[in-house]
Structure formats: structure tokens, C-alpha cells
Design a protein around this ligand. Structure first.
Ligand code: ATP
Ligand code: MG
Length: 253
């Protein structure tokens, strides 16, 4: 079976995450996508995250209706920061020989890959699927790689990954580009909008997740402490009359 590991803080999971998983599952024939919330993400320890249990519970609700999607406890409490190289190796050790594992990631996160722990080893362990995100360009994939793997401009041109689709195959790394996702939403925006109604929140998170945020009174205090630099109305167009999720008018991808 083809399987993807989709890591993140998921604070909270939103419709952008679901769109990423769905697009990857369709395109690569994935039989399973593990959504793996990090207990202690190495890169996100400045802001206080919602409790792991809440983030996991919301993922369980968000993934319940798709048989391919599973909320995973792979990165539950170990007392150590969750490094992807360890998570990937732990998951791989449980898979069958005939299984194939992919690492699913948005371009904004992939841009920092060179600063992760043992990036070369991670890229050698598992093929990556890098997904577009409004505001970021998939053309930056090559440049984001650790120096030892970084292709020259000439090599990139020779491989000719179409602007937002195709595969970059290097010695020591295989990276598939998936440029069709154009979901503008982010968890930061949801946290800033946590005082909105369930109905309004449900345009950006699955309805059961919206209910959960309200029931547990999540993000209400955090909102004032976190400097998002923008109010909820500015960052998410809650006033829009039409239905549907997020604006699809953004370029990139
Ligand atoms: P935050 O605003 O707190 O950083 P986030 O919306 O970026 O939250 P994360 O949990 O940080 O969500 O992201 C987990 C993974 O999902 C990352 O690989 C990220 O790039 C990807 N991702 C999140 N939102 C989107 C989106 N709207 N489009 C494409 N990829 C996304
Ligand atoms: Mg993020």
C-alpha cells in the first residue's frame, strides 16, 4: 500500500490540511494518510500550543469520515522534541516490504528543510510530496534543499519539473510536486477567529472540529497573546455571503 506521513502541529486541523491530504491521496493513489500531530515540534516552541490531547481529538474528528485518513499517535509524548527523521524511521519499521512511504508537506514547511535534523538522511529515507500553498512558490523547492543535494539551475532546467507538477529526482532525494492545492486557510487564522460562531468557523474547519473548539473554549485566551498581526475578519473573510471554503482566486501553485 502507498502510505503518507503528514506531520504538523495541527493547532487546529483545518480544511487546508484535508485538501492537501485528499489531493495527494488522489494523485498518488495513497491507501492511507497518517496525520501525525507533534507533541513537541522542534521549530514551534515559542507559542504555547493547545494540549496534544485536544489537537489529537480534533484530528480524530476531522479524519473520521475518510477511510484513508488516520489520526496517529506516532509523535505522542516522548519527552523529546519530535524530529521527523525519528518519526519516519519508527513508522517504516512497522510497515510491510510491499508498502511505500511518502512524506507529505506544504511548501512553506519544506522551505526550512535544510534546518531540520539530519535533512540528507531524511530525504534519503522517504520520497517527498511537496504541496503548493498560497503565498509560496513551488519553484523554491530546489533551493530549499540542503547544500549537498541542491541541484544547479541548469540541472533543474534539464529535469524540467513543470512549474508546479512533476518529480525532481536527484541522487539521494526524490521530490514530487503537487501544485493544485490553493487553500488559503491557516491554523493561525483559525486561532485568531476562535470567538466566531460554529457556523462561521465551519467554513474553515470540519463542522465537528468547530463544535469541539467551542465546547472546549480553545484559543480564546491565546488569541490576545498571540500576535498574528491581523484580526480574524481581515485574515478570513467571514463576512462573505457565498458558501465554499476559502478563496480560490490566489495565484501560486
Ligand atoms: P500555523 O498557522 O499554526 O503554522 P498551519 O496552518 O501552517 O498552522 P501546520 O500544522 O503548521 O498548519 O501545518 C502542517 C502541514 O500542513 C505543513 O506541512 C504545512 O505546510 C501544511 N499546510 C497547512 N496548511 C496548508 C494549506 N492551506 N495549504 C497547503 N499546505 C498546508
Ligand atoms: Mg504552519
Amino acid at each position: 500500500m502507498k502510505i503518507a506521513l503528514f506531520g504538523g502541529t495541527f493547532d487546529p486541523v483545518h480544511l487546508g490540511h484535508i485538501a492537501v491530504a485528499r489531493a495527494a491521496a488522489e494523485k498518488f493513489g495513497l491507501g492511507r494518510v497518517y496525520f501525525v500531530p507533534a507533541d513537541l515540534p522542534p521549530h514551534k516552541q515559542k507559542r504555547k500550543l493547545a494540549d496534544f490531547q485536544h489537537r489529537f481529538a480534533m484530528l480524530a474528528l476531522a479524519t473520521a469520515d475518510d477511510p484513508r485518513f488516520v489520526a496517529s499517535l506516532l509523535d505522542a509524548h516522548t519527552g523529546q522534541p519530535n524530529y521527523s527523521i525519528d518519526t519516519v524511521r519508527r513508522l517504516k519499521s512497522t510497515l510491510k516490504k510491499s508498502d511505500k512511504l511518502y512524506f507529505l508537506i506544504g511548501i512553506d514547511a519544506f522551505k526550512d528543510i535544510a534546518t531540520w535534523r539530519q535533512p540528507e538522511e531524511l530525504l534519503a529515507e522517504v520520497e517527498f510530496i511537496v504541496v503548493s500553498r498560497p503565498g509560496y512558490s513551488l519553484a523554491d523547492v530546489g533551493r530549499a534543499l540542503p547544500e549537498s543535494l541542491r541541484p544547479t539551475d541548469l540541472m533543474m532546467r534539464a529535469m524540467r519539473p513543470q512549474r508546479s507538477e512533476g518529480t525532481i529526482a536527484l541522487m539521494g532525494a526524490t521530490i514530487h510536486l503537487l501544485g493544485e492545492v490553493r487553500e488559503k486557510v491557516s491554523s493561525t487564522q483559525i486561532r485568531a477567529a476562535a470567538t466566531k460562531s460554529v457556523k462561521q468557523l465551519s467554513r474553515y474547519v470540519p463542522p465537528l472540529v468547530a463544535e469541539y473548539i467551542k465546547k472546549e473554549n480553545l484559543y480564546v485566551e491565546a488569541t490576545s497573546k498571540e500576535s498574528t498581526g491581523a484580526s480574524a475578519d481581515k485574515v478570513l473573510s467571514f463576512q462573505e455571503a457565498r458558501h465554499g471554503h476559502t478563496s480560490r482566486s490566489h495565484k501560486n501553485g
